[in-house]
Design a protein around this ligand. Structure first.
Ligand SMILES: [Cu+2]
Length: 150
């Protein structure tokens, strides 16, 4: 049997303890990262369709579809569908749908939907945007176009 000195025994105990700490930290980190990921990206239940002419999704990656069409003088109802959760640090998961020229300024909360009805007064292209996330309205990702025919 090999002779183990007192110092060597202490060193071994210390090594075992720090190994345990590393494993514990690893487990904790995995749980935290996993939970965060789940809260941010968990699949949400499909939202009920409202009586809208257009449905538009409002994720951080950009409006989908980015172009909607309407006719001059005819009201169009748009359902904003927001699947982002409140756990988004950027704007708390809120999005906006604004068209300055038509005085449209709708906001949709996290994991909810919002109806907005507007009537374009002229033919042509209007820009809509979201200014509550992703670096504001100058960010190209939260912009889209309303194309109005005569
Ligand atoms: Cu947005």
């Amino acid at each position: 049997m090999a002779h183990v000195t007192k110092t060597e025994r202490r060193r071994r105990i210390r090594t075992a303890r720090s190994r345990k700490r590393v494993i514990l930290f690893g487990i904790l980190a995995t749980v935290v990262v996993g939970l965060t990921g789940y809260l941010l990206w968990r699949p949400s239940a499909p939202f009920p369709s409202a009586a809208a002419d257009v449905r538009i999704q409002t994720p951080m990656e950009g409006f989908t579809p980015p172009v909607i069409r309407a006719k001059r003088g005819q009201p169009v109802t748009i359902q904003l569908v927001n699947r982002d959760t409140q756990f988004h640090t950027d704007g708390g998961g809120w999005h906006q749908f604004a068209i300055d020229e038509l005085n449209v300024n709708a906001k949709v909360g996290p994991e909810s939907t919002q109806l907005v009805t507007l009537t374009p007064t002229r033919a042509g292209t209007y820009e809509f945007y979201c200014d509550v996330c992703c670096g504001g309205k100058e960010s190209p990702s939260m912009r889209g176009k309303l194309e109005v025919s005569a």
